[in-house]
Structure formats: structure tokens, C-alpha cells
Write a protein that binds this ligand. Structure first.
Ligand code: PLP
Length: 337
């Protein structure tokens, strides 16, 4: 790996710069943008913050977003004046709700491309058309779309390397419009994101972007079919919406997601229960409550993400491991009658 600082003019620096610029072209190609529109950041979270705070202008400080965004959008949105638009029972936003939320001082509309918990694909193209009519820029958090489905050509697009088999801690904001920097220092990244670039991470991100393969939905469908067939009182969240092929979110009535995660971990399967522990209490996922689940049901869901190299045998083994864990937990659960 080139150890140089990409801003240095000596040979080592220039070698690092060349590699970084190759990665910039690779990332740009993967999202259908121009290389000079790619601003490398320390991940998706930073890119979302840059898009939101960097779009604010005098007299334009209002942001529109949706109830199912990742905290990396919802938290910065809470720091500004924001309208958070609800979603339907499948997790989809109604573009007309976005239209109704637009105000003269709206600086940005931020709608994610693909939801990280449900895998549902939002109608970002329709949102873009509405925003164009009103001259409002659109940001899309495409962290979960890259490599899985088409990345919308929004004015600002967030991507993150570690969701496409690249390294952790590196991402990019693709900016097709000017964006104001939100941290201050040197003039890196065309004066939009100061600080010495993470060349090794960026090179890894570029390589990952040059090697994207969209997941097949067939394995996910098989997993859902087996769970619904073998385990009673289960339901797939967001199943009625267009979805990417790797994610499924399943409700197991009457039990908590956390012990299910632990039970499966002991059997060698890594899954996630969208709930997060905050101040000692397990908070249900805001995405699942936004689609209408009760707090109790939202705590009873698991998210399964299938990746490269997963096989049908593994899917079958997973369901075989899941059945007895669910049965045991339900026996112990007063909520499962
Ligand atoms: C939809 C979405 N946005 C943003 C992020 C945050 O990206 P990063 O972890 O690179 O900061 C994630 C990560 O899980 C995500 O799923």
C-alpha cells in the first residue's frame, strides 16, 4: 500500500493520490456520477451529516425526511427544523406527503433509497420529480442500495464501503450540487471535507465498488418460505413492498428478539434484532413502530441479512436452528398464549 499523503507533491504522495483517484472513479462509476462529485468521508454517517448541514442556506433551513430513516439522518435532522413524514404499513413514503411538506424555506428533502431494517425500496424517483418542480434539492441515503439495486440520481447520495464488502470507516457523499463544508481545516476533497484522506480505506472502497454483485432474492424467498411454513405465528414485515434481495425482517409473536439473537449466536448464526439498548431498556425499532407495529411486536422481530457465499443448505440449517429456539422461548413467555 502507498504510505504517502495524497496531498504531498513528492513521489510517495503522488502514488497515493493516483490510487485514490482510481478509487474515486470506481465509486463514481458504481453510483453513476462524475469522479469530481465524489467526496470521501469517514463513512455513511458523516456523509449524511454533510448533506444535511451542508445544504442549509440563509433563509433555507427546513429539512423534510421520513420516519424510517437511519439515525444517521434522523439525528442530524433533529438538530435543524425538520418535518418527519410518516410511512405506510410496508414502510413506504407517499411522495404526495413529501409534496405537502415542502415550504418556501425548505433546504433539502432526504429520503433513503433502501431501508436498512426492512430492505424496502423507497420511491426516490417520484420524490425527485416533485422536488424538481419546487426547486428543492434531494438527498438519498443509498448505503443499503449500493450493490443491491439502482442508486437514484439524487442531488446528494450517501454511500458506505462496509456495506459492499469494503473496509469500515470510509464512505462518500456524492454531491451533484455545491455543498458547504461542515468541518473546517485544510482544502481536501475540493474544499468540501477537510482532513488527510484515509487512502487505504478509500482504495479498499474503490476495489469493492469495482466488484459489486447484486444479491439474488431467491435465497431470501426460500428463507421466508421455510420460516412461515415451519414456525407458527410469524410474519414478514414489509413483504408487500418492492425490496432488495438480501434482507428480511420477521416477527415471531410472543417472544423478545434479543434472546433469539443470543440463541442463534450460540448455534453459529449472526442475526440482528433491530431493537437498541438505550438507558438500560430495550427500545423497539423506530422503523417497526413507524410501520404500525405495537412496541411489543416491534421487540419480537429479527432481521436476517444474506450475503455473498450463503447457500441454500445454510438457510435450511438456520431454520432448523431457529425452530427449537423459538419453541423454547415461547414456552417461557407469558406473552405467548
Ligand atoms: C441506511 C444506513 N445509513 C447510514 C448508515 C451509517 O453508515 P456508517 O456505518 O458507514 O456510518 C448505515 C449503517 O448501518 C445504514 O444502514
Amino acid at each position: 500500500m502507498a504510505p504517502g499523503n495524497a496531498s504531498s507533491i513528492h513521489r510517495f504522495g503522488q502514488e497515493a493520490k493516483q490510487r485514490m483517484e482510481l478509487a474515486r472513479r470506481q465509486v463514481a462509476m458504481a453510483v453513476g456520477a462524475k469522479p469530481d462529485q465524489v467526496i470521501f468521508t469517514g463513512g455513511g454517517t458523516e456523509a449524511n451529516n454533510l448533506a444535511i448541514f451542508g445544504s442549509l442556506r440563509p433563509g433555507k433551513r427546513h429539512v423534510i425526511t421520513t420516519a424510517v430513516e437511519h439515525p444517521a439522518v434522523l439525528s442530524p435532522a433533529r438538530e435543524v427544523e425538520a418535518t418527519v413524514v410518516p410511512v405506510d404499513g410496508q414502510g413506504l413514503v407517499d411522495p404526495d406527503e413529501i409534496r405537502r411538506a415542502i415550504r418556501p424555506d425548505t433546504a433539502l428533502i432526504s429520503v433513503m433509497s433502501v431501508n436498512n431494517e426492512l430492505g424496502t425500496i423507497q420511491p426516490v424517483g417520484e420524490v425527485l420529480a416533485i422536488a424538481r418542480e419546487h426547486g428543492v434539492p434531494v438527498h438519498t441515503d443509498a448505503v443499503q442500495a449500493l450493490g443491491k439495486t439502482a442508486v437514484p440520481a439524487a442531488d446528494f447520495v450517501t454511500v458506505s464501503a462496509h456495506k459492499v464488502y469494503g473496509p469500515q470507516g470510509v464512505g462518500a457523499l456524492v454531491a451533484r450540487m455545491p455543498v458547504s463544508k461542515v468541518t473546517f481545516g485544510g482544502h481536501h476533497e475540493r474544499d468540501r471535507r477537510p482532513g488527510t484522506e484515509n487512502v487505504a480505506g478509500i482504495v479498499g472502497f474503490g476495489a469493492a465498488c469495482a466488484d459489486l454483485t447484486a444479491p439474488e432474492a431467491s435465497l431470501r424467498d426460500r428463507l421466508e418460505e421455510l420460516i412461515l411454513e415451519r414456525i407458527p405465528r410469524t410474519r414478514v414485515n414489509g413483504r408487500g413492498a418492492p425490496r432488495v434481495g438480501n434482507t428480511t425482517n420477521v416477527l415471531f409473536e410472543g417472544i423478545e428478539g434479543e434472546p433469539l439473537v443470543i440463541g442463534l449466536d450460540l448455534k453459529g448464526f449472526a442475526v440482528s434484532s433491530g431493537a437498541a439498548c438505550s438507558s438500560g431498556a430495550v427500545e423497539p425499532s423506530h422503523v417497526l413502530t413507524a410501520i404500525g407495529l405495537s412496541r411489543e411486536d416491534a421487540r419480537s422481530c429479527l432481521r436476517f441479512s444474506l450475503g455473498r457465499g450463503n447457500t441454500e443448505e445454510q438457510v435450511v440449517a438456520l431454520v432448523e436452528a431457529l425452530e427449537p429456539v423459538v419453541a423454547r422461548l415461547r414456552k417461557l413467555s407469558p406473552a405467548y398464549a
